[in-house]
Design a protein around this ligand. Structure first.
Ligand code: NAD
Length: 500
């Protein structure tokens, strides 16, 4: 497939004049709505600006993606797509330190996470999806049959679904952007990426690198940053978009599904969670309690799959509280630029105030703040909240049922393995989970019983490019990553010819 003409090289730096651009039809362009500020959540200072797209810009991006899908060989040239994805991965890796600085400044992501899921991991994972484009069995022979007495040879072929609208949140922007861009492009789709207004640069720089340093043809990848959430809704209503791949809150996911229903497009939803960390009575108790406290504090608890309900044997409730309290008291929210920081700021004052209101609600519901409970003493700037442990609530409390999206852990007693399973499942969500124990049969009983999309055992980490991720119940529809995640972006065509 021939390559597109790209705009001339700009001066060094991914955001050279402090304002990022949109990528529409292969061109890096300003937003028709002007610009909006990019704020560092650690310092509360404006670090630059992003292009603010309007509905007209989104319309142009959708048109470009539609034309690229309908009029080029992008969807059928598997080898070329694999080449482009590897080229994108390599180009991103060539800018890795600048990307790291941007990610820490814009997301408040702890530096230590940028060598994993906040940056380097998802970029490397583009190679996995490039490999899949080449190795996938696009055609499956179904052999012969005689429907209605007519000998027939049948096969299925898988084809790209078409134009993908990718709508993403701010908490792990690279992970989520690439978990959509990677498989969608590998499958042969064209993409319009609309990131969250809180993290426009993490997406815009991918657009800039794709345009300047790869052979990705014009219109195949479009990046539209905006303050206007309605541009996400526009992707859902526009009949030229074939699939909406959405990650975000469950409330917005419901709106996405309802809005997309009018044009009957496929929706793929990765939503919220309230996952349970189950400690069985034969578990390595100190390890389990330490992991539970650390897990909820990483990136200030801003992860949908973080385990935010700790279920411990009733007879060891006080012991568990003391152990987790010690762990969480030792995790001091700090500048994410420091190498040892585990818990940075929340993304915005809005999120900080929302988390604080949930801590206040937990107290109003009768809970006890065992550690944390508010802003760290002495820190005048930044949207920080202390890692907070709440005891004394039962699983029906709002603090135990609703997604807080901050470093807040609710500890709840259970009365044995089946009761722990019951409590874990007593939730609208079903995204992730963890079980600590010793007896393999009891562990398997819990793994089988909890209705959730991913489950760790004794600290096991499921996060990887080849592992499908997604939720049961209100946590979503479909799977991201892995072969299952790639196949979300494919249609199936069944073909029959007379045998003979
Ligand atoms: P959000 O739902 O507010 O926004 C997500 C995206 O949707 C943004 O890009 C936003 O502009 C867009 N949007 C807003 N209204 C829209 C509409 N009506 N139609 C279409 N798009 C619209 O979520 P957030 O606050 O950015 O992120 C936090 C939430 O995301 C949490 O609930 C978290 O659990 C969830 N999350 C889920 C996963 C997962 O994989 N399950 C991963 C990360 C975050």
């Amino acid at each position: 497939m021939s390559t597109a003409t790209h705009p001339p090289e700009e001066t060094a730096g991914l955001v050279p004049d402090g304002t990022s651009r949109l990528l529409i039809d292969g061109q890096l362009v300003p937003g028709s709505g002007g610009t909006f500020a990019v704020t560092d959540p650690t310092t509360e200072e404006v670090v630059g600006h992003a292009a603010d797209a309007t509905a007209a810009d989104m319309d142009a991006a959708i048109a470009a993606a539609r034309t690229a899908f309908d009029t080029t060989t992008w969807s059928t040239d598997h080898t070329f797509r694999a080449h482009c994805l590897r080229q994108l991965r390599d180009a991103l890796q060539g800018h890795i330190e600048e990307l790291r600085d941007i990610t820490i400044a814009e997301v408040g992501a702890p530096r230590m996470l940028t060598s994993g899921p906040q940056l380097e991991g998802p970029i490397a994972d583009l190679g996995y999806f490039a490999d899949l484009a080449e190795s996938y069995s696009w055609r499956t022979d179904l052999g012969q049959a005689s429907p209605m007495g007519m000998p027939t040879t049948r096969y299925t072929q898988r084809e790209a679904i078409g134009v993908v609208g990718a709508i993403t949140p701010w908490n792990f922007p690279h992970q989520i952007n690439f978990a959509k861009i990677g498989p969608a492009l590998a499958a042969g789709c064209t993409v319009v990426l609309k990131p969250a207004p809180d993290t426009p640069w993490c997406a815009a720089v991918v657009g800039a690198i794709a345009a300047r340093e790869t052979d990705i043809p014009a219109g195949v990848l479009n990046v539209v940053t905006s303050t206007d959430h309605q541009l996400g809704a526009q992707l859902c209503t526009d009949p030229r978009v074939d699939l909406v791949s959405f990650t975000g809150s469950t409330d917005t996911g419901r709106r996405v599904m309802a809005t997309a229903a009018a044009s009957l497009k496929k929706v793929f939803l990765e939503l919220g969670g309230k996952s349970a960390f189950i400690v069985l009575d034969d578990a390595d108790f100190p390890s389990a309690c330490a992991m539970a406290g650390i897990g909820v504090s990483i990136h200030a608890g801003q992860g949908c799959a973080i385990t935010t309900r700790l279920l411990v044997p009733r007879e060891r409730y006080d012991e568990a509280i003391a152990a987790v309290r010690d762990t969480m008291a030792g995790i001091v929210p700090d500048d994410p630029r420091r190498g040892g920081t585990m818990c940075g700021p929340l993304i915005s004052a809005v999120q900080r105030d929302r988390v604080q209101s949930y801590i206040d609600l937990a107290v109003a519901e009768g809970g006890t703040v065992e550690v944390g409970g508010g802003r760290p003493a002495g820190r005048k700037k930044g949207f920080f909240i202390e890692p907070t442990l709440i005891s004394g609530l039962d699983n029906s409390s709002r603090a135990a049922q609703e997604e807080i999206f901050g470093p807040v852990l609710v500890v709840i007693p259970h009365d044995g393995d089946d009761d722990a399973i019951r409590l874990a499942n007593d939730s609208a969500y079903g995204l992730s989970g963890m079980v600590y124990g010793t007896d393999p049969a009891r562990i398997q009983h819990v793994v089988d019983g909890v209705r959730t999309g991913t489950m760790g055992v004794n600290g096991g980490v499921w996060y990887s490019a080849d592992v499908p991720f997604g939720g049961y119940k209100a946590s979503g529809i479909g799977r991201e990553m892995g072969v299952a995640g790639f196949e979300e972006y494919l249609e199936t065509k069944s073909v029959a010819t007379p045998a003979g």
